[in-house]
Design a protein around this ligand. Structure first.
Ligand SMILES: Cc1ncc(COP(=O)(O)O)c(C=O)c1O
Length: 364
């Protein structure tokens, strides 16, 4: 079976650089909150064009710490899209707040500003647009609604390293931008890792404290915090990989262009690129009314695919009783029944791409 991912292929392509980085960490004697972490934060901040990046233990930790740093907790609502990875909402639940679901746009799979507007309640304190599959949500419209209603804008940029909206990089537009470096992401570590980006000096300070038991230096613990630090091994790996990220994103875009050109005449609905948005194709997601049959048929032809995600958030067992909405998010439900993610990663061999296209053309 042709795999959906091949993370080892990326490691092989930069093995010497990774060996050098790991050797540096091994020899340093400092494995948590050391110079690799500091340098990675500086380098990612420079790449994003933002003053502060705070490295943390995962993408979910980035969201949870971000919500805490903004003082969001019990009694508050946070509006999230109904189609996203569960951690977007799990982080809201983790701080004791309630996720309120807004529906998504079916062409771009991102938060629909009109639905967001309908879900704004007096309890709503923040909105978390998710740049799903590598394309920014409509931040101009969402940002203006957030400003009008006093909502904090927290970008979930876990899938969108290098994406941009109107020339501004994903994760730099809201009050906070949250990144995951889970190994499959466009910028992926060799384990769990994440980061929060912000322009706000005080928020950055608070995030640094919150990730480290609330520590403000020495033995001063000004408020309760967590242990959600980024370790030195992951930081060193991420520093190496950051140097390759723009090139890798270009390769993802080239694969997407080939899919787009070759699948145009089929019955599949292809993902839309919003005007002014720079898509980095964390996933290439098509829609088909007979998705499950199509997926089985592709598997028989030796092509592995994936579904992101098979349920809208209100259909997820562990969230159903905890989320609220005024209007049932039917477009997210529709997406969950029809989306299919095709293999797309920088090292994807050309013959695998062509085989996937041939198999799809034969059945759709
Ligand atoms: C959209 C989105 N948000 C948040 C996360 C959470 O990231 P992590 O797995 O690093 O906790 C992920 C990744 O799993 C994600 O895809």
């Amino acid at each position: 079976m042709q795999p959906f991912h091949d993370l080892a292929a990326q490691v092989r392509s930069i093995r010497d650089e990774l060996d050098g980085a790991l050797e540096r960490v091994l020899a340093s004697g400092r494995y948590i909150l050391g110079s690799e972490g500091e340098r990675f934060e500086e380098e990612l901040a420079a790449w994003l064009g933002i003053p502060h990046v705070v490295g943390v233990a995962s993408g979910m930790a980035a969201l949870e710490l971000g919500l805490r740093a903004l003082g969001i907790g019990p009694g508050d609502e946070v509006i999230v899209p109904a189609l996203t990875a569960v951690p977007t909402a799990m982080a809201v639940v983790a701080v004791g707040a309630t996720p309120r679901l807004a529906d998504v746009d079916l062409a771009t799979f991102t938060l629909d500003p009109a639905s967001l507007e309908r879900e704004i309640t007096p309890a709503a304190k923040a909105v978390v647009p998710v740049h799903l599959y590598g394309q920014c949500a409509d931040l101009a419209a969402i940002g203006s609604l957030a400003a009008q209603h006093g909502l904090a804008l927290i970008e979930d940029a876990a899938q969108a390293h290098g994406a941009a909206d109107g020339g501004r990089r994903a994760g730099t537009i809201g009050r906070l931008g949250c990144f995951s470096f889970y190994p499959t992401k466009n910028l992926g570590a060799l384990g769990d890792a994440g980061a929060v980006a912000t322009r706000d000096d005080a928020l950055a300070e608070r995030l640094r404290a919150l990730r480290n038991y609330g520590n403000r230096g020495g033995f001063r613990f000004a408020e309760p915090g967590l242990n959600e630090r980024l370790d030195e091994v992951q930081a060193a790996v991420l520093r190496v990989k950051l140097g390759h990220l723009d090139g890798w994103n270009e390769r993802r875009r080239a694969h997407a262009a080939r899919y787009r050109e070759q699948l145009a005449g089929t019955s599949l609905a292809l993902p839309a690129e919003r005007a002014g948005a720079h898509h980095v194709y964390h996933q290439f997601v098509v829609r088909s009314p007979s998705r499950d049959a199509l997926r089985e048929r592709l598997a028989r032809d030796g092509v592995d695919t994936a579904v992101h995600y098979p349920q809208a958030l209100h259909e997820v067992e562990g969230l159903a009783a905890r989320v609220r909405y005024r209007e049932r998010p039917r477009r997210a439900e529709e997406a969950a029944r029809s989306v299919l993610s095709l293999p797309i990663y920088p090292e994807l061999p050309r013959e695998h791409l062509e085989r996937t296209i041939t198999a799809l053309k034969a059945v759709s």
